[in-house]
Design a protein. Sequence first.
Length: 405
Amino acid sequence: MFVASNAALSRRRFTTGAFATVLAAGFGRSASAEPAPKNAPGGKWRAVIIGHTGEGDYGHGLDAIFNDRPDVEVVGLADPDAAGRAKAAERSKAPRTYADWRELLEKEKPQLVCLASRWTHERHPAAVAALTSGAHLVSEKPFTSTLSEADELLALAERNGAKIAVAHQMRLAPSVQVLHQAVASGLIGDLLEINAWGKQDDRAGGEDMIVLGSHMLDLMRFFGGDAAWCTARVLSAGRDITKKDARIVKERIGPVAGDEIFAQFAFPNGVMGSFTSRKKLRQQTGHWGLELVGSKTSARVLADVFPAVHVLKPGKWDAAGRADQWQRLETDSGAKLSAEERGFGPANRRLVDDWLEAIRDNREPGCSGRNATKALELIMAVYQAALSGARAALPLTNRAHPLAA
């Protein structure tokens, strides 16, 4: 159970924020510092990786995110766990290792920093220091524990000319990009609804929503735009949650609550969206992902590192019923790829390619920190709406965590 009091949580947030500010100041760059570089100095970017094997391991294969890139030189890795550090250094081909990421940043002076730990609370202080030092940042998701932390990082990036990318790799998958273009061209008619669901396994509810649902909420925004409001019901053992139901789970991603979630979102142009995570629905729903419901037909994204995309061929009602058939989108090239080609390696290469191009072209990456913040905001809106029993207007004015404020 999550036993920390609200006062303790407030003290922890203050301490973490103050600590991060002090750390950032210690690295010497401020508003007067040179902006982050737009091109690889000397032809290669100096990159480092920060993780914690003993505390959540490395997520999404991010320890190897710079492998086999002629434009990036990994110069160091930080991990406080000695055994894990050695293994991670071998995987990432880092020539120098550190127990403390502060020493890593001070001595290596990287232009690119990868925050690879799964545990959200560990990444924020390092992100503050990295951005303040003038480095560009790529991070595991969820981006931060609270919206206020995300706002702080976005402001630092803006001030120092840095670009942030977050590991929502499904957004950049060729199959999803093709579907996005096809929907815009009228493949399913007018988009009417976007319905998404998590894995709905033993993590069903709040944990599922932030660990896996964050990918889905990011994709919902990719297709639907920014939501105007959210309504939600979050249940724990069959009753509506209160703040006392907040708990910390194995993957330290901030407080979560509930074992059943049903949320609705109002997107532009009359498009309605929903996110569901209920273990009892897992067999009925099948593979986690999302469905785009249009005026002509529907398209379904089966979530994975390389998602599969299917389009519904509706049948006609007759005396025997109705036979609909889901068919693989003809332009979805994923069906011809090997398991390795559909894995984290290529997905991370797309993430880094787009991130470095965004740095060079001075644009937002596709998987930007801003998009990750917006996805996190939808999660926070679910809790705010469920706790208040009323619509949560977006953007949220309360940037603290609704379960801990």
